[in-house]
Design a protein around this ligand. Structure first.
Ligand code: ADP
Length: 194
């Protein structure tokens, strides 16, 4: 089973992805976490990735495709995965379809967590102040750039999924428990039996 989570920065994809992973017994694959791992290796590739992410930009589509497809071949993904952060651009839609079809799989559900901008910026500011979980790209001016990149590059992708009837929209406001209950409710309604 493959589920992908969408939402602007701060929408709660990481939180809900981890919960869904626990509930369904399949791994939560965050492309952002994978890229931060590449950065922490200190390699020259890591430095290039850091330069892009730290300005609020996306990394090239081909790079993220390679990172994700390698990860999906690991043993723990045999029964599927919760994707968080992929696809994120229009060209990545076809990349995902291809990655899945070569593995005899398809996308079972695409879930969008909707949250108004002012709540997103508040949540990111709280994370930025939290020391332990703070990330370099949580600085206010970069958070605003990430929202803009999302609007320009990811919103058109969502329009395509919506038109194709592939997108399940969930209200992402409220507590993590409330949002998770909404997702599970959706999960019961999903025609694909996700
Ligand atoms: P958020 O969704 O909160 O912005 P993530 O942790 O998902 O944060 O991603 C952090 C950064 O990693 C993004 O701002 C982007 O630069 C990069 N990234 C993650 N996934 C992709 C992707 N599929 N394509 C291109 N860049 C990506």
């Amino acid at each position: 089973m493959i589920i992908t989570l969408f939402g602007p920065p701060g929408a709660g994809k990481g939180t809900q992805g981890a919960r869904l992973s626990g509930a369904l017994g399949i791994p939560h694959l965050s492309t952002g976490d994978m890229l931060r791992h590449v950065i922490s290796s200190g390699s020259s590739l890591g430095k290039q990735v850091a330069a892009l992410i730290d300005e609020g930009n996306f990394v090239p589509d081909d790079m993220i495709r390679d990172v994700l497809s390698t990860r999906l071949d690991a043993q723990d993904c045999m029964r599927g995965a919760i994707l968080d952060g992929f696809p994120r651009t229009v060209p990545q839609i076809a990349m995902l379809d291809e990655i899945l079809s070569t593995r005899g799989s398809t996308l079972d559900a695409a879930i969008l967590l909707s949250v108004p901008d002012e709540i997103l910026l508040d949540r990111i500011a709280i994370r930025a102040a939290s020391g332990e979980t703070a990330r370099p790209d949580d600085r206010p001016e970069i958070a605003a750039a990430r929202l803009e990149t999302y609007r320009v590059k990811t919103a058109p992708l969502l329009d395509i999924y919506r038109r194709e009837g592939r997108l399940h929209e969930v209200d992402g406001t409220g507590s993590p428990d409330e949002v998770f209950r909404r997702i599970l409710f959706l999960h019961k309604l999903a025609p694909a039996g996700v």
